[in-house]
Design a protein around this ligand. Structure first.
Ligand code: NAP
Length: 262
């Protein structure tokens, strides 16, 4: 008898539980918080930028009439994650979803690799997914439809000598998610990775500015960069009961980049 039972159409269209979104003050995390709130889900926005997270939470609460809180959380800090999980539960009630979108990228070819920088990047991009899932485990399990999404990257698959630590953190995320899916499945919790290609956010902006115009677009089959909202759509789907039989999967949202021969 599987632990996670199919969910009715009504339940899938009106999910009741709240969602924690890390990196929610900007870019993809911000778009996820916006879209989830617009669909009636309470949201807890975790970010280094406390003012921006709070501002966005207040706007979402006012616009969509949902519970929302913005918190300063450095997701590389295990104690901060635990404290934020408690504060989020207190503020928005039942938590049935987690999106780990906080992330950092460092240009660090092998000759320049610095141990402290490597460790920080891994702790932010990769370890935080494990620790936030751990901190929210009772909540996710209690809802009976808990779901987690990690924001990976096509760089988990592509080779790029400038960013080996970043690529390894995202490749590690896919492996981590598969193993957690084994552990979480019997608890009725699904976990998946969304791997974006080049998405128009502050993180990508320096690369866009440094390269000749059209460099990314030439390779992408759809011929354009992606928008944060287009990644958020995939995330919202995976968090919903529409995805009730999807776990341990990687959903690539790259406009046809990995598969391009251009
Ligand atoms: P972004 O606009 O820079 O957003 C990332 C957010 O995470 C920022 O608000 C950042 O805060 C926050 N953050 C960084 N370190 C943190 C920490 N230790 N604790 C809490 N929050 C932290 O970038 P984005 O493009 O939306 O990136 C979101 C995710 O998508 C990342 O995991 C990234 O690797 C992934 N991704 C992005 C692309 C792309 O093309 N944009 C492609 C593939 C994957 P600060 O700004 O204050 O540092």
């Amino acid at each position: 008898m599987p632990a996670a039972s199919p969910i009715s159409h009504e339940e899938s269209c009106s999910p009741a539980s709240g969602v924690v979104v890390t990196g929610a003050a900007s870019g993809i995390g911000g778009a996820c918080a916006d879209l989830l709130a617009s669909r009636g889900r309470a949201v807890a926005l975790w970010d280094l930028d406390e003012a921006a997270a709070r501002r966005r939470a207040e706007q979402l609460a006012a616009e969509f009439g949902i519970a929302a809180i913005g918190l300063r959380v450095d997701v590389s800090d295990p104690a901060a994650i635990r404290a934020a999980a408690d504060a989020s539960r207190e503020a928005i009630g039942t938590i049935g979803g987690l999106v780990h979108a906080a992330g950092m990228v460092l240009e660090m070819p092998v000759a320049d690799t610095d141990v402290a920088a490597w460790d920080r990047l891994m702790n932010v991009n990769l370890r935080a997914l494990l620790l936030a899932t751990q901190a929210l485990l009772p909540d996710l399990e209690q809802t009976g439809h808990g779901a987690v999404v990690g924001i990976g990257s096509i760089n988990a698959t592509l080779g790029n000598g400038l960013i080996p630590a970043y690529s390894a953190s995202k490749g590690g995320m896919i492996s981590l998610v598969r193993s957690l899916a084994d552990d979480l499945g019997p608890r009725g919790i699904r976990i998946n990775v969304v791997s974006p290609g080049q998405i128009r956010t502050p993180m990508l902006q320096p690369a866009v500015a440094a390269l000749p115009e059209g460099t990314f677009e030439r390779r992408i089959l759809l011929g354009r960069l992606g928008e944060p909202r287009e990644v958020a759509s995939a995330v919202a789907f995976l968090l919903s009961a529409e995805a009730s039989y999807i776990t341990a999967a990687e959903l690539v949202v790259d406009g046809g980049n990995i598969s391009s021969q251009r």
